[in-house]
Write a protein that binds this ligand. Structure first.
Ligand SMILES: Cc1cc2nc3c(=O)[nH]c(=O)nc-3n(C[C@H](O)[C@H](O)[C@H](O)COP(=O)(O)OP(=O)(O)OC[C@H]3O[C@@H](n4cnc5c(N)ncnc54)[C@H](O)[C@@H]3O)c2cc1C
Length: 404
């Protein structure tokens, strides 16, 4: 029977980065993934700020495009913020995960694709016996530590779905389309977000550019009731609307359709540790509820976990006390505010209020908008709100004086 120091289940950004880091440290690591390759399940739009490439040492070869502009389109408003410098990238999600798996192998770790985690039991010596189904064969392995990086499934931490805390789910569908050059050039350097009842009443839609005249066009909803909008069309309706009314290509071809569902625990009530099993990434709700950005945070959670795993394997500690507290220190405050704003924006705001967001943000620089959307510095929005109120005030008095 094969034996490992650490078995990581799920080769998403969290699992791949965790396995890569542990293999770099010389541990015997197995990274397993239920799909047979990374192209099969390339569900993520993968828009991200500059930090992701630099902090996690990712190569430019996994980048689809770089962006220096954000556009926000609502039912009746459009805002555009541009910078002279690159602010982030849109990654090729398949290439990102493939790179992390290759790095794991480069450092002598093992990667098993087409391998489904089935169950595990704790042995008397605290080691874990893990049952997997590898290329349709039942296989048993042993490990000192087991990592749940199965994202929304949380398959390792919870044998039974009913044991999981209450979750809110969100569903996203995305078309990868190839368009004519002129249409591509209009969206080539921008992340474009669509909000409001016209474009996506219970969430938001987007255009993220890739290379080779390709654009990712997607729509995502929160799967809960909206206070005012009672009827929704299928997600593909909103994607088609963007293609027809915003991109307006002379010609286009759908290269691929993909999508996914995320499951998020309000208040971060997931199980982080059980004996010698730890959970990372979306398995502990590291995706941000407001923006839906999850790759960078999944990788950050992997790094936090690796520091505890490393100390355990060096014999410096017998437990993982402190891991959950550290994760909450890093995420809980910003995530709680993001939940409140997200629930309000996606499920309770009137269309007029959504329009106003663009007006509040209009006077800000792109760097400020990035700080709000990606770094949760919501106080910067009040800078825009103050300026909005001042502009309204001035125009009101200008009108009054013009009548006198
Ligand atoms: C439509 C959509 C668009 C998104 N866009 C963005 C974006 O633009 N930017 C961004 O930063 N984030 C985005 N996200 C979120 C981001 O993709 C996730 O937060 C991130 O992928 C989470 O990483 P993870 O490794 O924790 O989980 P995942 O990426 O979900 O990886 C979990 C892996 O575990 C595998 N697995 C599950 N069960 C088993 C099992 N029993 N055995 C073996 N393997 C198993 C799965 O196949 C999967 O590969 C998007 C998400 C969706 C759904």
């Amino acid at each position: 029977m094969q034996s490992f120091d650490v078995v990581v289940v799920g080769a998403g950004p969290a699992g791949g980065h965790c396995a890569r880091k542990l293999a770099q440290k010389g541990y015997r690591v197995l990274l397993m993934e239920r799909y047979k390759d990374f192209d099969t399940n390339s569900f993520s739009s993968s828009g991200t700020p500059n930090e992701t490439l630099t902090r996690y040492e990712l190569p430019e070869s996994i980048v689809g495009s770089f962006w220096n502009q954000i556009d926000i389109v609502t039912s009746n408003q459009t805002g555009s913020w541009r910078s002279s410098t690159i602010q982030g990238s849109v990654l090729d999600f398949a290439k990102l995960r493939s790179f992390l798996a290759q790095e794991t192998q480069f450092h002598q770790g093992e990667v098993w694709l087409n391998c489904l985690y089935v169950s595990h039991e704790v042995l008397e010596n605290q080691r874990l016996r893990v049952q997997v189904r590898r290329e349709k064969q039942d296989v048993t392995i042993e490990t000192k530590l087991l990592i749940d990086a199965t994202g929304p499934n949380r398959s390792v931490m919870y044998a039974n779905l009913k044991e999981q805390p209450e979750m809110i789910s969100g569903t996203g569908v995305e078309f990868l389309i190839q368009v004519d050059e002129a249409a591509y050039d209009r969206s080539a350097k921008a992340l474009t977000f669509f909000l409001g009842y016209k474009w996506m009443p219970k969430g938001y839609s987007w255009i993220f550019p890739m290379s080779d005249r390709q654009l990712k066009v997607g729509a995502g909803i929160v799967n809960l009731e909206h206070e005012y909008v009672k009827e929704m069309k299928p997600l593909k309706h909103y994607i088609q609307l963007i293609i027809d009314e915003h991109i307006k290509p002379e010609q286009y071809e759908i290269v691929e359709r993909h999508g996914g569902t995320v499951r998020y625990s309000l208040g971060l009530k997931d199980k982080y540790v059980e004996g010698n099993t730890l959970a990372i990434g979306d398995a502990v709700s590291t995706i941000n509820f407001l923006g839906g950005e999850g790759i960078r945070h999944a990788m950050q959670s992997a790094e936090i976990a690796v520091s505890y795993i490393d100390r355990y394997l060096q014999g410096k500690t017998q437990t993982f006390d402190g891991y959950q507290d550290e994760m909450h220190r890093v995420f809980l405050k910003d995530w709680t505010i993001s939940e409140k704003l997200g629930l309000k924006k996606y499920l309770a705001d009137s269309d007029r209020l959504v329009d106003r967001v663009v007006n509040y943000l209009r006077p800000l620089k792109l760097e400020d908008v990035v700080d709000i959307l990606f770094y949760y510095k919501f106080e910067k929005a009040s800078k825009g709100l103050g300026s909005y109120i001042w502009r309204k005030f001035k125009s009101f008095w200008a009108k009054v004086f013009s009548k006198v």
